[in-house]
Design a binder for this molecule. Structure first.
Ligand code: NDP
Length: 324
């Protein structure tokens, strides 16, 4: 089988597509023939070595995949079944999706819902799954389309693009925050009603600023998240899932104690298995057919290292699908 293998020698990472014997797959509970994997920001950090994501070598990166069950020792699955995987440390601590086969635990797999192709499942992938969790965090905070504008940051990225589409489908009015003027048309096609630039939004504001947002989905962190909090309406909710702009949070308690603002963290990796099917059902129902064409670039395994660098350099728009 072909696999992207990251190896470490003398503290230096090397990444190559190799032909390896599938017998050396570390786990054999369920073996999946992978059809699609994707490149997420975390994969970019892992493959370029910019983030300390991989701690064991050699490692097959790839935090998500969809495919067909090839062999199973887990009675909950059968050969030929369509399955997908996001999270659980796969592609970080366990061999991941950037290979033609993966061996994983049955507990980590989700059955692909009927009506969703293996390809579309991965156009959604970890990013889309996370975007849905963020939207649900706003709903749990009581934010409805009538509450007011929702700000989505890192708008051109995988999570941001999917969040815009999902919120639009639910009737919310979305403002997209993007660092790239070249993507404004793309963001409007996804449904964004307004666009603000990273440049105009990023300078540090006051601890409490003019109230502008009923809610926000933030994928970038840092000063941008701090500014969002200080501009969030009374009783607003901010769902924070990412750190594309940095992991700091230079804020104050003022939005929380004077405006009842809720900051809800979102993690997709260890989101409980038993609740995942309903999240995928919602994604299937809400995302319009146009989303899958607009927000996707398909690449081969050989192109992954180059695209991993591009995702770090903020040159990738939407989702990057890897065909195995
Ligand atoms: P992408 O690379 O696809 O998107 C990130 C976007 O952030 C870019 O497209 C860009 O949008 C913006 N951006 C890039 N660099 C900066 C910067 N320096 N400052 C501000 N904005 C920047 O990544 P994903 O959508 O896959 O992931 C987004 C974030 O969410 C990542 O931090 C990722 O680790 C995190 N994440 C977390 C998950 C969880 O479970 N908590 C799951 C999935 C992702 P634009 O050009 O439009 O400004």
């Amino acid at each position: 089988m072909k696999a992207l293998l990251v190896e470490q020698n003398d503290n230096k990472l090397s990444t190559n597509v190799q032909n390896i014997d599938e017998k050396i797959l570390p786990i054999h509970d369920v073996i999946v023939d992978i059809h699609y994997s994707t490149l997420n920001y975390k994969d970019g950090l892992a493959i370029t070595g910019k983030g300390k994501i991989l701690r064991q070598f050699p490692m097959v990166p790839g935090i998500d995949f969809s495919g067909v069950v090839h062999h199973t020792e887990d009675p909950r699955f059968h050969i030929g079944q369509h399955v997908l995987l996001t999270g659980w440390g796969v592609g970080e601590n366990h061999w991941g999706g950037l290979a033609q086969k993966a061996g994983v635990k049955g507990d980590w797999l989700t059955v692909v819902p009927e009506g969703l192709s293996l390809k579309n499942a991965m156009i959604i992938g970890t990013a889309g799954f996370t975007a849905m969790l963020c939207v649900m965090a706003l709903e749990q905070g009581g934010i409805t389309p009538e509450s007011g504008d929702i700000l989505v940051t890192g708008a051109s990225g995988g999570v941001g693009s999917t969040a815009i589409s999902l919120l639009t489908a639910l009737g919310y009015q979305v403002t997209a925050l993007s660092g790239r003027a070249s993507n404004h048309d793309y963001l409007r096609k996804l449904g964004a009603k307004n666009i603000i630039t990273r440049e105009e939004f990023e300078p540090a504001g006051r601890a409490l600023d003019k109230q502008r947002w009923a809610g926000a989905i933030d994928t970038v962190g840092g000063q941008i998240l701090a500014n969002i909090l200080s501009q969030t309406n009374y009783n607003g909710t901010v769902a924070a899932c990412g750190l594309a702009g940095g992991f700091s949070l230079p804020t104050t308690v003022m939005p929380f104690i004077l405006r009842n603002v809720r900051l809800q963290g979102v993690d997709s990796v260890y989101f409980p298995a038993e609740k995942r099917a309903q999240v995928w059902q919602r994604l299937l129902k809400l995302l319009p057919e146009t989303f899958y064409q607009q927000a996707m670039t398909e690449i081969t395994l050989d192109e992954v290292p180059r695209y991993a660098q591009m995702i770090m350099d903020n040159q990738v728009t939407g989702r990057t699908l890897v065909k195995l």
